[in-house]
Each structure stands twice: as C-alpha cells, then as structure tokens.
Write a new protein. Structure first.
Length: 276
C-alpha cells in the first residue's frame, strides 16, 4: 500500500496523475477512430507541427497553448489544402509537419532565453502540470465527452463508410471537421504530459491493443479509454520509482500492454483483424 501512497507526499504527483489519466482517457477515446481510418500518421504530423507554434508562442510571450492551438489549426488547414491540390495525404502531412517542426526548432534554438527547455517540449513534463493545465485538460475532456456522446453514431458511420453515411443523411463533411477539431484538441492538451514526439503513440497504442480483443467499435472504444487511463497511471508510477521521464514511461507501458495482447494472449481471446 505504501508503494501506492508514498508518491502523494508530493503535491505535484497528484496533479500529474490526474492530468495523465485525463489525457489518457481523451487519446484513448479518439484512438479507435484514428486506427480504423488508417490515419496513424496524422496524429504524428499534427503533434510535430505544434512545435512551430509553441516555439513562436513561448519566444514572443504568447504562451504554450496559444501557440499550440494556432499551429494545429494552421497545420490542419494546410494539410487538407495541399491534399486538394492532388498531393497524397501522407506526403502532405510529412511536408507540413517537417516544415513546421523545423521552424519551431529554429526559433527556439536562435533564442538566448535558457528557460525554454526543448527537452520538455519534445518529451513532456507532466510533473510540471499546474492548476491552469488541469483546467484546460478538464475542459477538453468535457468537450470530447459531450461530442462523442451526442455524435458517436454519426462519427462511426463517417469513419467506416463516408459515402454510405452521406446517403443516409449524415453530413460527412461536418463530421470530418468535428473529428479533426477533437484530434487537434487532444494533441494540444497532451503536450504538457507527453511532449511533441510521444502524443501519436498514445493515440495508437491503446486503440491498437483493444482492437486485438474486440470487434464491436463501441466495446473497442471503451477498452481503449480504459487502457489509456491504466497505462497513464502505471507509467507514472514506474516513472516515479525508477526515475525516468514520465512521457516515455507511459508510452513504454502502453507498448508492453500491446505486446502482451499481440503475442501473449491465446488466439481464442484475440479478435480477428478482419473486423477492422
């Protein structure tokens, strides 16, 4: 029991644990949509693009989240505008993400303010979460929960077959905008916990693990949320007791869960990939 309670002697651990669990729930909820849509690279692309805005925001005093939100919005618009020009989506994401990432590194490296810690930006600093961070994450959790609760069937229909969904009266264009907005919010709120380079992993690992066990999209989503929260808790404790960075610890815990599901479970407990 002491192993569980001892870390709470430090106030920062409680805030970090709450933030990590909330972020795990959000990324776990959106991850199945990303996996089924075969959009693994979009999460990585958006998270890398964020560094450009974050760098400019921090250097010029606009703040971490203001710069991140602006960069995510710009990246999303430019990626889809480039796609409309006939450029393949994976190529468009790669070009935009790499350019904005390089721009962020250039701005930060040219600045002489040593208070800007690029390591924290890249890999997260969950132990530095403060009250304002928790409020932001809480607001995003509420937004994602409300949208998924009210629009879940439409989002699922758009995800599986947009043309059929449109034939049944679903405004697929609006659903795409809604989903991309939720994904952008998830990326921005996960920055402090996971950093730019690790956000995509938490969108993919819980959902990929859950997909090995469930065929129903609803059950898959619930399992993904549970895994996202559980790996956040376990990863944070591992980080605390073994003195390693919290973001990588959370991701490695998720990877271990995936490895167990993929290679350790008997076939009868694993769902056929054909359902996805």
């Amino acid at each position: 029991m002491n192993l569980l309670l001892d870390p709470f002697e430090f106030a920062f651990f409680g805030r970090a644990l709450l933030a990590a669990v909330l972020v795990g729930a959000v990324t776990g909820a959106l991850g199945p949509f990303v996996v089924v849509r075969r959009m693994a690279y979009i999460g990585q692309g958006l998270s890398q693009s964020v560094l450009g805005g974050v760098g400019i925001g921090l250097v010029f005093g606009a703040g971490l989240y203001s710069g991140a939100i602006a960069a995510t919005a710009v990246a999303t618009v430019v990626i889809y505008a480039t796609r409309r020009r006939g450029v393949p989506i994976d190529t468009a994401i790669g070009i935009v993400a790499s350019t904005m990432f390089a721009g962020g590194v250039a701005v930060i490296s040219s600045n002489r303010d040593r208070s800007l810690n690029i390591t924290n930006l890249l890999f997260g600093n969950v132990l530095g979460v403060d009250r304002d961070d928790l409020i932001l994450v809480g607001v995003v959790v509420v937004i994602v929960a409300v949208v998924l609760f009210t629009q879940f069937k439409k989002l699922v229909a758009t995800t599986h077959n947009p043309s059929v969904a449109a034939a049944h009266g679903v405004r697929t264009g609006a659903m795409e905008v809604v989903f991309n907005a939720l994904l952008a919010l998830a990326v921005v709120t996960a920055l402090q916990v996971l950093g730019v380079l690790l956000v995509a992993a938490t969108l993919l690992l819980p959902a990929a693990t859950a997909s090995l066990m469930f065929g129903s999209f609803g059950r898959l989503t619930l399992m993904s949320i549970g895994l996202g929260m559980a790996t956040a808790v376990i990863g944070l404790y591992v980080s605390y007791y073994h003195d390693i960075a919290s973001g990588p610890s959370i991701v490695l815990t998720g990877a271990a869960a995936f490895a167990i599901a993929a290679f350790g479970l008997p076939n009868r407990f694993r769902h056929s990939k054909a359902a996805l």
